[in-house]
Design a binder for this molecule. Structure first.
Ligand SMILES: NC(=O)C1=CN([C@@H]2O[C@H](COP(=O)(O)OP(=O)(O)OC[C@H]3O[C@@H](n4cnc5c(N)ncnc54)[C@H](O)[C@@H]3O)[C@@H](O)[C@H]2O)C=CC1
Ligand SMILES: O=C(CO)COP(=O)(O)O
Length: 350
């Protein structure tokens, strides 16, 4: 079989960690993968120098993953069309709001029969309703798309602390081994399953629940209350799957992409930090994002807003009070202290 060329689209906090893993794995599997991994970077200046140039000379993403070396075969490129040209595997890892415009620039440059793998936790809202980002990628660039999601806080994975992840794809027999060779390491254990939609839906929704966990931290409630947020959040995730993603498999919630990612995010995620900050400050989310994350991005508020709009349109908000309250609090239209009442009066308790 011919060697596969791998490109990465995105180079933020998680994107850079994945570049570290994939960069090493292609070197370790020279019979399976081409050595050079092109990585698309949204170009920006850092201390008067282009970030792509810094990455290609220092082999470190000094802005989004400082202190972590990438192997020299990871080559940053500011041109997305050039980055994807000829690639057999396209790893998508960027905040979900940028996917569609980024794909536009790839038109006519994507190799036929290539495979996309989305690590993006979010949804797209279209005229027809809610859409998985993997489906949007397929629609935009005409290739199949697998997903990889799990309890994977980027900083801990960069430090090589043991964790698990879930890869969802449509044909485990055909693709499973190759995906494992590309992503798995001794500290990053991959489980391949054939249930893309549940894997991806969990990844998007857990960021909303993570904000809720931060709100109870900000209100100085303890672990029991946070556990209630996690449980009620999980119940809403399951309900959301039943209604909007028929065929969603219950057992997938027990993979790393499900309960484990929910727990990790509710304890150590950026979205949890946001929830806490929302209680302690009255600044708008965008301002908090700049102050807390310095260029990185919270995905939870956008997902909360998107699903709130859709649920409101369908008159279904009362079935998802936790999701709805988190959005309303982020919009500064509800006092965060009312969040506890929302937990108390949750339909799970009637
Ligand atoms: N950071 C983490 O711990 C994890 C993140 N994820 C998911 O991975 C995805 C990407 O997250 P991160 O790599 O952490 O990104 P990030 O949160 O570090 O986002 C910043 C990235 O967005 C880029 N960007 C800014 N403006 C842009 C534009 N107009 N067009 C395109 N790109 C632009 C920046 O250059 C930078 O690369 C998200 O869906 C996130 O939920 C998944 C697992 C872990
Ligand atoms: O997805 C993540 C962990 O799996 C990261 O979550 P945050 O974006 O909340 O940090």
């Amino acid at each position: 079989m011919s060697k596969k060329t791998v490109s990465i689209i995105g180079s933020g906090n998680w994107g850079s960690v994945i570049a570290k893993i994939v960069g090493k794995n292609v070197i370790d599997n020279p019979d399976k993968f081409e050595r050079t991994v092109r990585m698309w970077m949204y170009e920006e200046m850092v201390d008067g120098q282009k970030l792509t140039e810094i990455v290609n000379t220092k082999h470190e993403n000094v802005k989004y993953l400082p202190g972590v070396k990438l192997s020299e075969n990871v080559v940053a490129n500011p041109d997305v069309a050039e980055t994807v040209k000829g690639a057999d595997i396209l790893i998508f890892v960027l905040p979900h709001q940028f996917v569609r415009p980024t794909c536009k620039h790839m038109e006519g440059h994507v190799k036929k029969g290539a495979l996309a793998v989305s690590l993006i936790k979010g949804f797209a809202i279209t005229e027809d309703g809610i859409q998985l980002i993997s489906n949007m990628i397929t629609e935009c660039i005409g290739i199949d798309c697998a997903v990889l999601m799990g309890a994977n806080l980027a900083g801990e994975v960069a430090d090589e602390q043991f964790c698990e992840t879930t890869i969802g794809n449509s044909d485990k027999k055909k693709m499973g081994k190759m995906l494992n060779d590309l992503f798995e390491t001794s500290y990053f254990r991959c489980t391949v399953i054939e249930d893309i939609k549940t894997v991806e839906m969990c990844g998007a929704l857990k960021n909303v629940v993570g904000i809720g966990a931060g709100i109870v931290d900000g209100l100085n409630y303890g672990d029991n209350t946070k556990a209630a947020v996690i449980r009620l959040g999980l119940m809403e995730m399951v309900e959301f799957g039943k209604i909007f993603f028929p065929g969603c498999k219950m057992e997938t919630f027990f993979e790393s992409c499900g309960v484990a990612d929910l727990v990790a995010t509710c304890h150590g995620g950026r979205n949890r930090m946001l929830g806490e900050a929302v209680v302690k400050s009255d600044k708008p989310i965008k301002e908090l994002e700049k102050e807390i994350l310095h260029g990185q991005s919270f995905q939870g508020p956008l997902v909360a807003k998107e699903i709130y709009g859709m649920l409101a349109e369908k008159n279904m908000l009362s079935r998802f009070p936790l999701f709805a309250a988190i959005h309303t609090i982020c919009e500064r239209k509800m006092d965060p202290r009312q969040f506890i009442d929302c937990l108390r009066e949750h339909p799970e308790h009637v």
